[in-house]
Design a binder for this molecule. Structure first.
Ligand code: B12
Ligand code: SF4
Length: 469
């Protein structure tokens, strides 16, 4: 089983830490369906070099993301030339099944939990089909993830976990609706199964990769209550509206939540409506950040640039707002219409897609014709936003919104740790012992995570915050 990497992640000179964060969870999940007497190996090209002169396996399973599609097809072609049966599946394959089929013996459309076991049985009986499409969506009876196949020491966050699939919302730019077409697009494990999976994870720290861990309130409440008192420290992703929902956040914090990835996307309400991100429209973003900070949760805010209502001022406005709110880390993206999404269909119909060079669909390049600003302005503004947000001066300003010295230090350690020490991370990655840095991350998370009683902020809301509100 192979998770191929995009070129940047295999550079002999410099490798960003983000590629050594999480192990290949999807493939380890599929490996759970193999029999005890099957021999299997799992390779992640982001953290190891692939050997293509291996003994001829019976089956090669490859998971291409859009940005690693070219490399995935290259590997698939090489194995097929040796007569090996190649199976491709996952997000990019689902959105471009015919493209992938040219490089595979079998392609999978949609999630694999229903089709993959059927395929394995077909393969054992020498009757594998060329295409399997998922229709039955359930996580009931999911076998344990084969974490024994994961080289834990190569990752900063080996304990990544997903206890649900999909999301209840339908944002136009998101991969979700395309991937889950033909069946349910949001479903969870049973609470008991999720808690059992958590129990199997060693150490303290967890990272939930669920699109929206808070998406099913009943499930989330029961999960958080089940985790309370276990001493876990964890990070996750949630939406603006779920943060504002009464009591849910508090339960998450009691269960160990210490940082949340929040899709703010834009500081411009007109954009939200156009992108069908309705759950964000009219929400008081400043209140969201305040609420998270008041319970000791750090914020990783996600923003997308290049929506139709964005003008050349969007970068500075967004960065200034994020710094003024004391947001610890921000992830910026250039809007990227992924094939299969409603956004892509709309752009295509308007003749605004520029090319299909998937390597450049990495949210750092402009692949469509923007409306309110030029492609050059968009790319330059994107890079400027990163530079401006992660300047020491900005980190300091963000930290100074915190009430306590401890809080300010946590902010500096966390924000600086990700972006200011990349060369150091590079050395750690090369030592192949990235896991050794986990106690540092845990220290920062837990230090900041002291619960404080909710209280009004010292600072008045800024003009930008008021505008967003
Ligand atoms: C964690 C993550 C990362 C991690 C690491 C990924 C890893 N090690 O697997 C990091 C931070 C490195 C990362 C980086 C990027 N990511 Co990312 N990432 C994710 C995230 C949040 C979770 C992935 C995950 O683990 N899911 C849980 C597992 C269980 O699901 P799964 O991997 O999809 O596998 C299941 C199915 O897909 C299927 N399946 C998968 N492969 C196969 C193969 C076969 C044969 C079969 C039968 C089934 C099958 O079965 C699996 C079990 O259910 C997703 C969002 C999402 N919800 O998927 C985005 C996502 C995958 N990332 C995305 C992108 C764009 C990127 C970046 C380009 C972003 C950037 N600007 O830097 C980079 C580069 C990626 C690359 N390597 O080329 C997009 C991909 C779009 C696309 N169409 O491919 C997503 C969907 C986010 C989004 N909202 O658009 N990412
Ligand atoms: S809320 Fe997030 S995961 Fe859900 S559809 Fe919107 S962008 Fe996708």
């Amino acid at each position: 089983m192979i998770l191929p990497a995009l070129t940047e992640a295999t550079s002999p000179f410099f490798r960003p830490i983000k590629y050594s964060l999480f192990p290949p969870l999807g493939l380890a999940t599929l490996a759970g369906y193999l029999r005890d007497d099957d021999e299997v190996a799992l390779y992640d090209e982001h953290v190891e070099r692939l050997r293509l002169d291996d003994d001829r396996p019976d089956l090669v399973v490859i998971q291409p993301y859009i940005t690693s599609a070219r490399r995935s097809y290259e590997l698939a072609d090489a194995y097929r030339a040796r007569g090996v049966h190649v199976a491709l599946g996952g997000l990019h394959v689902t959105s471009r099944p015919d493209e992938a089929a040219a490089h595979a013996d079998t392609v999978f459309v949609g999630p694999g939990e229903d089709t993959w076991p059927v395929f394995l049985d077909d393969l054992r009986h020498d009757r594998p089909r060329a295409r399997y499409a998922s229709t039955e969506r359930t996580l009931t009876g999911l076998p344990p993830v084969r974490r024994d196949l994961i080289k834990r020491h190569r990752y900063l966050v080996p304990n990544s976990i997903v206890v649900s699939r999909g999301c209840p919302h339908h944002c136009d730019f998101c991969y979700k609706d395309a991937f889950f077409t033909g069946g349910r697009s949001f479903y969870t494990q049973t609470v008991d199964a999720a808690l059992a999976e958590i129990d199997r994870l060693p150490g303290r720290h967890l990272y939930f990769l669920d699109d929206h861990l808070f998406g099913n309130r009943r499930f989330a409440e029961a999960l958080f209550d089940g985790m309370a008192g276990t001493g876990r420290l964890w990070q996750a992703a949630g939406t603006v509206d779920s943060v504002l929902a009464p009591d849910l956040l508090e339960r998450a914090v009691a269960a160990g939540l210490r940082s949340l990835f929040v899709g703010f996307e834009t500081v411009n309400d007109a954009n939200l409506t156009a992108q069908r991100k309705r759950q964000n429209v009219g929400r008081d973003y400043a209140a969201v950040v305040r609420r998270l900070h008041d319970v000791g949760v750090m914020v990783n805010a996600s923003f997308v640039f290049g929506m139709d209502d964005d003008g050349p001022d969007v970068f500075d406005r967004t960065v200034a707002w994020a710094i003024d709110q004391g947001i610890e880390t921000a992830t910026f993206h250039i809007m990227t219409p992924y094939p299969g999404t409603a956004l892509h269909d709309r752009m295509q119909a308007q003749g605004r897609m520029l090319h299909r060079d998937w390597d450049l669909y990495d949210t750092r390049h402009v692949v469509f014709r923007p409306r309110g600003l030029t492609a050059e302005q968009l790319e330059a503004g994107y890079w400027r936003a990163y530079r401006d947000f992660y300047r020491w001066g900005s980190i300091w300003r963000g930290a100074s919104t915190k009430d306590t010295t401890r809080g300010r230090l946590r902010h500096i350690a966390y924000a600086g740790g990700w972006k200011k020490f990349e060369p150091l991370w590079n050395v750690v990655i090369r030592s192949r012992q990235v896991l050794h840095a986990l106690p540092l991350l845990e220290a920062v998370l837990s230090g900041f995570g002291e619960r404080r009683a909710a209280r009004p902020r010292r600072t008045e809301p800024t003009k930008e915050a008021a505008l967003v509100a």
